[in-house]
Design a protein. Sequence first.
Length: 198
Amino acid sequence: SFYQGARFLTAASQLDQAPPDQGSEVAFIGRSNAGKSSAINAICHQGSLARTSKTPGRTQQLIFFALDAERRLVDLPGYGYARVAIDIKAEWQGLMSHYLERRRALTGLVILMDCRHPLTVFDRELLAWGDRRGLPRLLLLTKADKLRRGPAAAVRSEVQKGVRDHAGPIQVELFSAHARVGIGPVQAWLDERLGVPR
Ligand code: GDP
């Protein structure tokens, strides 16, 4: 698939280190340990494109992957470590709000949350960030293999109800990197947001 061609482009700890704000890109964000790196790797059919993070509070960076000359995926730093220092949290918020509000190439945001505890306070903050520009968002309920089919479907419809009030389109999908569930729908959504020709 198109996403198999994803390649590391650059890492930026400030917005001015990001690639030129041209073309289109979709960013992935989620609470640490939500399964973001695993999701990016599964979507791109690569074993270790996005590195799964084991170190809380490590340098906060935006990681850019090039799909082609005009399209990118962006791995935004995880958030939500309870014990992270206040100044690191403030720094993260600054970088994220900067990026999410000013980046013109950004055409969509994928928000990942563990299907067993979705819509935390943090997740809601993230959703609200997208509201300011009516950004299309794809909400992935990760590790869906941890739930049976019925309960998983119930969580999905609960979350769909829970995000109704937001501005702009929000699609909710069950996802599992391990069981390879939901990869097709994510790719279709990305195709649309990135304007990938069929
Ligand atoms: P990140 O911190 O959001 O990048 O999360 P990772 O991708 O590093 O995953 C965090 C943990 O969740 C790891 O132990 C993964 O093995 C586990 N994990 C990730 N995706 C899945 C999944 O689809 N199913 C299950 N059961 N575990 C997963």
